[in-house]
Ligand binder design. Structure first.
Ligand code: ZN
Length: 273
């Protein structure tokens, strides 16, 4: 029995070392890398699960992790303000996943939440796929196949919800932090947010009062809130506006990407129709 257990541990360690070690900045990047790399990669995440992604500093442990990795994937566009310093003196292959995404501005700054647009996420997946092929060309067919599958799946979610959102008049939804600019662009939606693009601070009482009035005037019955965001503020807003709170996923610290995007879209659609 003991020998058997030991053998299992050994073979597991063996499997792990055969895999390509990839370090990513935060959870959404882990989701995207795993869609392409799947069995061939071993992904580590710099920003721990459940941590607010916009407000984070890496440690020396993370720099050690970087030196052991073959590839580092980050989103870019200010999502990881620490990245330049982090990559200083490193020779690891790097992918800025948002490269080639047609970016948008929100509140005067470039919105970094590119992975929350389905078509934009496909661009990010392509960048990741190309990098994996570059450093592990013997598995290029595998990465290409996974990319095609993920692309098709995301396009089918897009087609389904494009039709649904095109069929309804109401396009405005209220949410926690202003993370859904790319999703709004794809579906012609409008987000009204409690917090700004970088999820900074709590709203002032005046801003909250303004939001309550907005919800009442626009007959908003659902206020969306992220699991890790300002749920209390969302609850206060919902209570005062006579609305309910519904969770929405930004994948900054958790969540299964494709299923989660489908759920987000279904929840928004239900709130608007
Ligand atoms: Zn965010």
């Amino acid at each position: 029995m003991v020998g058997c257990g030991k053998e299992n541990v050994k073979s597991e360690a063996q499997n792990k070392s055969d895999k390509l070690k990839v370090l990513v900045s935060f959870h959404a990047m882990e989701e995207l890398v795993e869609l392409i790399g799947d069995d061939k990669v071993d992904v580590e995440v710099v920003i721990p699960e459940g941590t607010e992604a916009h407000d984070f500093e890496p440690t020396t442990k993370d720099i050690k992790e970087l030196s052991k990795s073959k590839l580092f994937v980050y989103n870019g566009l200010g999502m990881e303000h620490w990245v330049e310093n982090f990559l200083k003196n490193s020779k690891v292959e790097v992918v800025e996943a948002s490269t080639n995404v047609n970016t948008i501005k929100n509140d005067g700054v470039t919105d970094p939440h590119t992975w929350l647009g389905l078509k934009d996420a496909i661009v990010e997946l392509e960048n990741i796929k190309n990098a994996l092929i570059k450093i592990d060309s013997k598995n290029s067919d595998y990465y290409e196949k996974n990319y095609e599958n993920a692309k098709q799946e995301l396009e089918s979610v897009y087609d389904e919800y494009k039709t649904k959102f095109d069929s309804i008049e109401n396009k405005k939804f209220v949410t926690g932090h202003k993370a859904f600019g790319y999703l709004c662009r794809e579906f012609g939606l409008d987000q009204v947010a409690i917090q700004g693009v970088f999820a900074e601070g709590e709203p002032s009482p005046a801003k909250l009062a303004e939001l309550v009035t907005y919800c009442k005037d626009n007959n908003i019955k659902t206020v969306f809130a992220e699991e890790m965001g300002s749920t209390k503020v969302a609850e206060t807003l919902a209570r005062e506006a006579g609305a309910k709170v519904e969770t929405i996923e930004t994948f900054e610290g958790e969540g299964d990407y494709i299923d989660g995007m489908r759920e987000n879209l279904e929840k928004i659609y239900k709130a608007l129709k």
